[in-house]
Write a protein that binds this ligand. Structure first.
Ligand SMILES: NC(=O)c1ccc[n+]([C@@H]2O[C@H](COP(=O)([O-])OP(=O)(O)OC[C@H]3O[C@@H](n4cnc5c(N)ncnc54)[C@H](OP(=O)(O)O)[C@@H]3O)[C@@H](O)[C@H]2O)c1
Length: 173
């Protein structure tokens, strides 16, 4: 199973404020920048519990009937009607092996801690990072310490009229 990241950050690399707020990101992604096309290419989501709780507070569940695997060591708050949610624990290797066995081909991995652990395990193949034109100074970082350099191949960078700058990378071995 392939795994990809598609995430929005401040120019200084934060995915959320320290309290989890996403108010610095433009509502609804601001303008079309490939999110719908990316979503159409995946058949499962793997998200951390913190991201799940953020999404639960949205006015509407954004993932339709797409299977969402929420990583957590604790019982989850119940999902809304119609959502397909399953809790999972284990190492990134175990999670990818389980989902591969279950026939999933492409997973969207989301949440800072979750992305970092999958990157460390070399289980992310594509990274798409959209920078929004703001510096917020502190918050929840997309990346953290790494035991070694993670080499990337730049695929493409596109700029959008509202100031979004989207860069796509392949993660090299
Ligand atoms: N800007 C964006 O595009 C974007 C995208 C996604 C998220 N966000 C924001 O980022 C924030 C969340 O990021 P985050 O770094 O705090 O965390 P996160 O990755 O969403 O969640 C971390 C939690 O997931 C669980 N977890 C992770 N790996 C696990 C594993 N292998 N096995 C079992 N449980 C595991 C643990 O929960 P337990 O404590 O329950 O065990 C851990 O505390 C939220 O505010 C969210 O809104 C922003």
């Amino acid at each position: 199973m392939k795994a990809s990241v598609f995430v929005g950050t401040s120019v200084d690399g934060y995915i959320a404020r320290s309290n989890g707020a996403l108010d610095f990101l433009p509502p609804d992604g601001g303008e079309p920048h490939g999110y719908d096309e990316f979503m159409a290419s995946v058949n499962a989501l793997i998200i951390g519990r913190h991201t799940y709780e953020t999404v639960l507070a949205f006015a509407a569940w954004p993932y339709g009937e797409m299977p969402v695997f929420v990583l957590s060591t604790k019982a989850l708050r119940p999902p809304p009607a119609g959502a397909v949610v399953e809790r999972m624990t284990g190492s990134p290797e175990e999670i990818v092996a389980t989902l591969t066995r279950r026939g999933f081909q492409h997973a969207y991995v989301d949440g800072g801690v979750t992305i970092q652990s999958f990157l460390r395990a070399k289980l992310i193949q594509r990274l798409t990072i959209t920078r929004v034109p703001v510096i917020i100074g502190t918050g929840i970082p997309l990346f953290g310490p790494t035991a070694r350099d993670v080499m990337l191949k730049h695929i493409e960078t596109r700029q959008y009229p509202s100031g979004l700058v989207k860069s796509e990378y392949e993660v090299l071995a």
